[in-house]
Design a protein around this ligand. Structure first.
Ligand code: PLP
Length: 383
């Protein structure tokens, strides 16, 4: 990377074209004129290649330091296309906890349709990982940090274990973004993002991305992207590029606001526990400090000392935090994973993982910190 990340995110993927347009044009054409059969400008049909999507994909590759980037219609479309790299019946080891939709894709869809078998180990249990990974393991899958418990795996150690048996390592770095963590630098093979979240950053696009480390994986995933077909549309690609331009600024503010919110929550009487990698009380705080030197992101999970009715009164009292699924936009959001994002996981599994009805996941936005704290204070007063 020749420039600092902040500079790169403003320019990545595009230089002014022949018209001088500073932002990439939105090419809506589904097909492209050919001079003679098979003789074209590099674009023939927009599923296979589109200049606006191409600019976003190039930017992704530059920001992650990968051989190539691929943009998909959603985070889940990116994940399911990556799973197509595996042969039927392959074994996966996943570091739990996982986004509920990832669990649903593994267990309810690909187990049935492709015979994929997934074993789950805790992200902070290296001996368990060493035991679970065998020569039959084809893929090790993790989120960094995890959703919603914000656990932090030791990436260098995970890569070493997985690569010792020739398994690919896939990191869903949606919560971190390349501003906070560049997994490919650790030897990770594929980085995934729900572009819907921080990369786009304004809660107005559904998109996904996969960035690969090697040209060999670029070839294979490019073939699958075109063959499976779940590509990001040109308008969303443009929006996502616009989002990337402010990624560094937004992540700085998300991280500083979330750090302040987490510290404030940790000393409130009606709080049972706060999970945030930037708190010294976080079990992997020392590791997090090394892996995320620029900050810990915008997600804070908090367990309230309140029954169901109290939790609901807390939620109802908030005016700046909006109750909604998703995260990573400039506005602060609040989610009850038990009943919302993680409801697809069986109840016993949710409880075992600590996803209880008093757990709230905050996506701390870029508003003024005083307004965020005042809003949360009103929530506590209502419990
Ligand atoms: N990965 C993580 C960590 C997520 O939080 C989500 C969605 O919440 C996804 C993947 C799925 O992305 P999408 O909703 O864009 O399909």
């Amino acid at each position: 990377m020749s420039h600092q990340f902040d500079t790169l995110s403003v320019h990545a993927g595009y230089v002014p074209d022949a018209t001088g347009a500073v932002m990439p044009p939105i090419y809506m054409s589904s097909t492209y004129a050919q001079r003679a059969p098979g003789e074209h400008s590099g674009y023939e049909y927009a599923r296979s290649g589109n200049p606006t999507r191409g600019a976003f994909e190039k930017a992704l590759a530059e920001l992650e330091g990968g051989a190539a980037g691929f943009a998909f219609a959603s985070g889940l479309a990116a994940m399911s296309t990556v799973l197509e790299l595996l042969d039927a019946g392959s074994e996966i080891v996943a570091l739990d906890d996982l986004y509920g939709g990832a669990w649903r894709l593994f267990e309810r869809v690909r187990n049935r349709s492709a015979g994929l078998k997934t074993r789950y180990v805790a992200p902070d249990d290296l001996p368990a990982l060493c035991e679970a990974v065998t020569p039959a393991t084809r893929l090790v899958w993790l989120e960094l940090p995890t959703n919603p418990l914000l656990k932090v795996a030791d990436l260098a150690a995970v890569v070493e274990v997985a690569h010792s048996v020739g398994a690919l390592v896939v990191v869903d770095a949606t919560f971190a973004t390349p501003y906070l963590l560049r997994p490919l630098e650790y030897g990770v093979d594929i980085v995934l993002h729900s572009v819907t979240k921080y990369l786009n950053g304004h809660s107005d696009v559904i998109g996904g991305a996969a960035i690969v480390r090697t040209p060999e994986l670029a070839e294979r995933l490019g073939y699958l992207q075109n063959s499976v077909g779940g590509v990001l549309d040109p308008f969303s690609s443009f929006m996502a590029i616009r989002g990337l331009r402010t990624l560094a600024l937004r992540m700085q503010r998300h991280s500083s606001n979330a750090q302040s919110v987490a510290e404030w929550l940790a000393v409130q009487g009606s709080v049972e526990h706060v999970a945030y990698p930037g708190l010294p009380s976080h079990p992997q705080h020392e590791l997090a400090k090394r892996q995320f030197p620029r900050g810990y992101g915008g997600i804070v999970s908090v367990w309230l000392k309140a029954d169901d009715a109290g939790v609901r009164r807390f939620i109802a009292a908030l005016k700046v935090f909006t109750l909604a699924e998703s995260l990573g936009g400039v506005e602060s959001l609040l989610n009850l994973p038990w009943a919302m994002t993680h409801a697809s996981i069986p109840e016993a599994d949710r409880v075992r993982r600590g996803i209880t009805p008093n757990l709230l996941r905050l996506s701390v936005g870029v508003e003024h910190i005083d307004d965020l704290i005042a809003d949360l204070r009103a929530g506590f007063a209502a419990i």
